[in-house]
Design a protein around this ligand. Sequence first.
Ligand SMILES: C[S@@+](CC[C@H](N)C(=O)[O-])C[C@H]1O[C@@H](n2cnc3c(N)ncnc32)[C@H](O)[C@@H]1O
Length: 243
Amino acid sequence: MATRYDRMGMNYSDLRRPDPRIAAPIEAALGRSKTVLNVGAGTGSYEPAGREVTALEPSAEMIRQRAVPAAAVVQGRAEDLPFADRSFDGSMAILTIHHWSDQAKGVSEMRRVTRGPIVLLTYDPAFRGFWLADYVPELVTLDEAQMPAMADYERWLGPVAISPVLVPHDCTDGFLSAYWRRPAAYLDPRVRAAMSSFWALGDVSPALARLEADLESGAWEARYSGLLARDSCDCGYRLVVTR
Ligand SMILES: C[S@@+](CC[C@H](N)C(=O)[O-])C[C@H]1O[C@@H](n2cnc3c(N)ncnc32)[C@H](O)[C@@H]1O
């Protein structure tokens, strides 16, 4: 089962370490679930300790990098979950739905195999205001194309609670907005290689050259100085939890 993450997953476990401040609301939303399915589990980030976790992941490379031997791992896709109806107390899908080829089918599969809460961490494509899009405006178009609208979740799952997940300034999980207060990080190809958006966009070197010049001249700091005093930021990430 070859996937894009077989190529881009290299170094994932180094650069995409779960952040405990993001893990906390995910864990709380799983409530009393004792058995948990983690769909699009990657290397196992955010899998809660003390529960019986089954990880579902298509990429062999991501499975290879798992540090947590505790969970059972099944190679497969969200759109066709190899589990019986109502097999799990709860299920989770963290920063993965934008990669699914049929998002409605994947979510309905999660509903089919889950008795209790379904918890998704995703990005609201209607969110505006992340400064990196001032340099790379293609990010907005990409997210509009790949991320479900917030209204889709209620259509697919019935009533859901949707809440912002703030990104700490020193976030350990290097997803796209993680470095909102560490702008020079985006100039590092290794950092960008752990972000699927940069793989999808291809060559953005002119934009990065503008960022580098603005960092050197002090223009970035002058324009975004309000960010530097903040400890966390709403960058558009949302926790979607079935009621
Ligand atoms: C950004 S990673 C997130 C991994 C992990 N949940 C985390 O928070 O670190 C996205 C994951 O979704 C997986 N993925 C891609 N297509 C998928 C599909 N159709 N069904 C399930 N997972 C998929 C990728 O292989 C990758 O491991």
